[in-house]
Write a protein that binds this ligand. Structure first.
Ligand code: FE
Length: 284
């Protein structure tokens, strides 16, 4: 077990995100927008997609490039097919995680493998340290059955990355030490997780409500947790209907961030190089 949390972090800010569309017209909510990249370093973006309307997702994300960071897709409902220029292919199904390290470059597509029904999930972008931005691409599909889980009274936690209550997550990263938990709480159940006060952290609810001290977080909202010096974690409690949420935290890289669409590097010069490499076919 982890040591009990005695000085929980307060909520710094509540956000509802921006409605936008990406890929070939996929409608989504961007919760971690570009103006929060410094505040939530090492995380660069978080999208929540969730709809019963095929018109909102059917276009999918046809071939597009990435360089310089990692993408983590977590499916809650629906099926998406991934194909990339490194020869990887995988089917994302409910409860599954896809972790892709773009490194020096990947061209991939993420297309719905259904014509009706609900599609719901998250895509998180995690930055790479400068020295790893041009590393070889890496890819892993983690089906639900392979995700480490711990359970206690009214609490069930899937440990996608990092470590929680003695359970080692599916993915570890040394430099950014990402923690990515999917937490399911029964009505009124309490949950806590130790966090270093220097790590940036946020919560996004996707079912029900949770309370952090006096702050209530409604469904599909993000709470940025304050980096209060001396705090040792997060504590919260589900509302009367229970709750499901993700908790994401990581160690900031504190390096310059330069972004041009799907490329995230440290300098403008490196972005120009990325665009040149893409146009010249050197990313595939
Ligand atoms: Fe992509």
């Amino acid at each position: 077990m982890d040591t009990p949390v005695t000085t929980p972090r307060p909520v710094e800010r509540l956000l509802q995100g921006q409605a936008t569309s990406d890929g070939a017209g996929v409608r989504l909510t961007r919760l971690l927008t570009q103006d929060l990249q410094r505040r939530l370093d090492p995380f660069l973006m978080l999208d929540l997609f969730g709809t019963d309307n095929p018109g909102d997702y059917i276009g999918g994300f046809p071939d597009h490039p990435h360089r310089g960071f990692e993408t983590v897709t977590y499916m809650l409902q629906g099926r998406m097919r991934h194909r990339d220029s490194a020869g990887n292919e995988g089917l994302l199904v409910p409860g599954g995680v896809q972790w892709m390290t773009a490194g020096r470059g990947v061209i991939h597509s993420e297309m719905p493998e259904q014509e009706e029904g609900a599609m719901e999930g998250f895509q998180l972008w995690l930055n790479l340290p400068a020295r790893d931005k041009m590393r070889e691409p890496w890819y892993r599909d983690i089906p639900l059955g392979e995700l480490p889980v711990w359970e206690a009274d009214g609490v069930s936690v899937r440990v996608i990355a990092g470590r929680s209550h003695g359970v080692e997550g599916a993915v570890q990263r040394e430099d950014t030490q990402p923690l990515y938990l999917d937490v399911h709480l029964a009505p009124g159940a309490a949950f806590e997780q130790p966090l270093p006060d220097t790590h940036n952290a946020f919560i996004v609810t996707y079912r029900g409500e949770v309370a952090l001290a006096d702050t209530v977080l409604r469904p599909r909202r993000m709470a940025i947790l304050a980096n209060k010096p001396g705090s040792d974690g997060v504590q919260l409690r589900a509302g009367p209907d229970g709750a499901r949420f993700i908790l994401v935290a990581g160690r900031p890289l504190k390096e310059p961030i330069a972004q041009y669409g799907p490329f995230v590097m440290n300098t403008q010069q490196e972005l120009i190089q990325a665009v040149d490499d893409f146009r010249a076919g050197r990313l595939a």
